[in-house]
Design a protein around this ligand. Structure first.
Ligand code: FAD
Length: 316
């Protein structure tokens, strides 16, 4: 079922959804099931599965020289979607990225998803940190171009006229939005202009980057509505569960952690104190967002379940 149909069917009730990461290469899928098992009790409306482009690693060869090699750290997004849908009978949403894919490879991947009965895709530019060197010459530069490709396939338009056009796909398309601005955008208005472009090209809903101050989300939604972005905007949330995240989250995701939360985390003596502070903050955020009637509460699990289980118990 399409995510937008699920949101419509909920008739204003706030849904619960999750994002998980594929296991690290070499780890068993059972580790992922162990994360999901306790969360299924809360009946997530959908589970997003992230996609991780290849990274370059550097290895010392026996002759002492350094060798560069591509490594996909967390492979298997589509297979994991199939395994989770089969095991838990839950809607899964594979993430699809521009980085590292030619347009033709993307088209083939979309055909495969369609044949598997997957109706939803989350369309992203992809994290480029370590992947610049393995970019393809005809890969999409921005998520909007990938949205356009998926929307065209939904109309039966493929890349090359040689492709038989007897079928149309029917994907529901999610895209990312940034309440605190995407780091590359010169300012919020420009970022919003490009977000609107993704929606105008065919995106059906938006999931936001995590934020720790609900005002940032509410302001973002207001600004979106003012420029005519009318699709559902689902807030993304993550509980802080380690002290080092006070630095790593702002530097990785380009967002602010409020003063009050920072002070409370800094005061903590043990890891379990930090987890408690992070969960209480996330519960407070979730309750306020739910009371405001957001379409869904979407939790970034980072493949850990205990924090989100405690939050779901308190909020749902
Ligand atoms: P875009 O929408 O392409 O925007 C990127 C930047 O370009 C923005 O600054 C925007 O303002 C600007 N821009 C957009 N269009 C244009 C244009 N036509 N001309 C000029 N500027 C333009 N990364 C992964 O690798 N795998 C994942 O699974 C993944 N999942 C994510 C899920 C969510 C909910 C979020 C919020 C992020 C996720 N990311 C993931 C990270 C994401 O790939 C990065 O944040 C990336 O840098 C931007 O992706 P985007 O799709 O928002 O890019």
């Amino acid at each position: 079922m399409k995510i937008t149909d699920k949101l419509d069917a909920a008739k204003g009730e706030t849904l619960f959804s999750l994002e998980i990461l594929p296991p690290q290469k070499g780890k068993k899928i059972n580790d992922l099931f162990a994360v999901l098992d306790p969360l299924m009790e809360f009946k997530p409306a959908f589970v997003d599965v992230t996609y991780h482009p290849e990274e370059m690693i550097y290895k010392r060869r026996p002759d002492g020289l350094i060798e560069e090699a591509p490594l996909r750290p967390r492979p298997g997004t589509v297979g994991i979607c199939a395994a989770i849908s089969y095991k838990y009978n839950v809607e899964t949403v594979p993430h699809l990225v521009c980085v590292g894919f030619s347009k033709e490879e993307t088209e083939d991947a979309l055909f495969s998803l369609c044949y598997q009965g997957i109706e939803n895709v989350m369309v992203l530019k992809g994290d480029e940190k370590n992947h610049l060197k393995i970019g393809k010459t005809n890969q999409h530069k921005y998520a909007s171009e990938l949205v356009d490709q998926v929307a065209n396939m939904n109309k039966g338009k493929f890349l090359h006229e040689e492709t038989l056009n007897e079928m149309e796909t029917d994907f529901c398309i999610g895209v990312a939005g940034y309440p605190e601005k995407h780091f590359e955008a010169p300012n919020m208005n420009t970022d919003l202009k490009w977000l609107k472009n993704k929606v105008d090209l065919g995106a059906d809903y938006i999931i936001t980057q995590m934020f720790f101050d609900n005002k940032k989300y509410f302001d973002f939604v207001d600004k979106c509505r003012k420029i005519g972005i009318n699709v559902p905007i689902i807030p993304g949330l993550k509980p802080i569960d380690a002290k080092y995240q006070l630095k790593s989250i702002p530097s990785r995701f380009f967002l602010e952690i409020p003063d009050e939360l920072t002070k409370e985390v800094e005061k903590c003596k043990t890891i379990s104190d930090v987890k408690q502070v992070g969960e209480e903050w996330c519960i407070m955020q979730s309750k306020e967002l739910k009371a405001a009637g957001v379409p869904a509460l979407h939790y970034y699990t980072m493949s850990k379940s205990d924090g989100v289980v405690n939050i779901a118990k308190a909020v749902l």
